[in-house]
Design a protein around this ligand. Structure first.
Ligand code: AMP
Ligand code: MG
Length: 377
């Protein structure tokens, strides 16, 4: 169980012992604002290097991905530069003919194209242009509160939370007018993506938080494939997990899904084949309770408020980390019926859990998921 002030992982794996022919290397560290846990099986005698060389390389590539491409906080990253440029455009200049094209790296462009497709297919339930809104909600602060039971009471007039001391004092529920103003700067359909470049309207800000860890899983898999001595691996980047290759004992990779309401408990176990990625989006990962209401980090772009779709946890399994992560967020916002339909459109397996504990899943999910409790529908 991860215990951290950073984002707690929504899923984690159960590792068995490896066979004698492969050495098992593990490392748990932090990168991309979350916990990264690795188990790698290294074939003895094939390209042996330093004891922890491979696990260190994985950490380095994650740090590089964050610093060079995805972070909105690190000024040198591509996303930060795109955001800075959108802030630099004056609103008077901001008609569509004057949007400045910002060339991006091939890898980021490829990710953006896929993300925009999910945005279209989900009717905007996934929208990474809501940076203004996510900053207004101060979702990073919610990360600190996650799961530690901190409570706060709202002062409706001021839109402030009266905290119980400590970090809760720094959280405020935005006022309705502030949300409306922030929403005016959001909208994936106002962005142009063409010829390897992106153009944002004035004031819009990207937030790739809903997809970054999934992209990270894809990059980790690319690295694992390039290392012939690595015969099997399971790597979790927060709530996104990639499985790779074979376990030396031939058994399937086991990934446990955290229970959305019982801290430290499992909802069930997934049995995966070494070519899959899993992503879970849950309202328990980052939230604060205000007057009995849960304010969490998955926002509904159509309202500007935390999504109230009836779901509290969505897990997606597919062969792409990016898609698993993008779909888990989108399906959470869409709710059980539309969420299941979207997952099916992508050929992904989905498990959606309602607040009352009811579970919905795709046919394929039923074959790989073993529930601990709750009734599959
Ligand atoms: P995840 O945990 O993958 O569901 O992603 C949640 C994170 O993505 C939040 O912390 C925000 O930074 C961002 N986010 C929240 N709601 C959305 C949304 N509807 N579309 C895109 N990004 C979102
Ligand atoms: Mg996601």
């Amino acid at each position: 169980m991860f215990v951290t002030a950073l984002t707690a992982g929504a899923v984690f794996w159960l590792s068995g012992c490896g066979a004698a022919t492969a050495t098992r290397k593990t490392l748990t560290d932090t990168a991309m604002g979350t916990v990264v846990s690795q188990t790698l099986y290294i074939q003895q005698g094939v390209g042996e290097g330093d004891a922890q060389e491979e696990t260190v390389s994985v950490m380095e590539l994650l740090t590089e991905l964050e610093q060079q491409e995805l972070s909105w906080r690190i000024s040198g990253s591509e996303v930060a530069q795109i955001n800075a440029q959108a802030l630099a455009i004056t609103r008077e200049d901001a008609d569509s003919t004057q949007l400045q094209k910002m060339p991006v790296s091939e890898s980021l462009y490829e990710s953006l194209v896929q993300i925009w497709q999910v945005s279209k297919d989900s009717g905007g339930a996934l929208d990474v242009t809501l940076g203004r809104l996510s900053r207004l909600w101060n979702l990073d602060e919610l990360a600190v509160l996650a799961g530690n039971g901190e409570m706060a009471a709202a002062d409706e007039e001021l839109g402030q939370i009266e905290g119980n001391g400590g970090v809760a004092d720094r959280i405020s529920i935005p006022m309705a007018e502030q949300i409306q103003v922030a929403l005016e700067d959001c909208g994936f359909d106002r962005v142009q993506l063409s010829d390897g470049a992106i153009s944002l309207p004035a004031g819009m800000q990207l937030d790739l938080g809903a997809v970054g860890k999934g992209i990270a899983c894809d990059r980790v898999r690319e690295y694992l494939r390039s290392q012939p001595q690595i015969v099997g691996a399971v790597v979790a980047v927060g709530g996104s997990v990639v499985t790779y290759g074979q376990k030396p004992d031939g058994s399937s990779w086991k990934v446990a899904i955290m229970h959305p309401r019982e801290e430290g408990g499992y909802l069930g176990i997934l049995s995966l084949n070494g070519e899959q990625c899993v992503s879970t989006s849950g309202d328990y990962e980052r939230y604060v309770m205000v007057d009995g209401e849960r304010y969490h980090h998955i926002l509904d772009p159509s309202t500007g408020y935390p999504a109230r779709s009836g779901l509290c946890s969505v897990t997606i399994v597919c062969d792409s980390g990016l898609l698993a992560d993008a779909l888990s967020t989108a399906c959470f916002v869409l709710g059980p019926e539309q969420g299941l339909a979207l997952a099916r459109d992508y050929g992904a397996e989905a498990l959606l859990v309602e607040e009352d504990g009811r579970q919905y899943m795709t046919e394929g999910m039923k074959k790989i998921y073993t529930a601990y409790r709750g009734n599959a529908k």
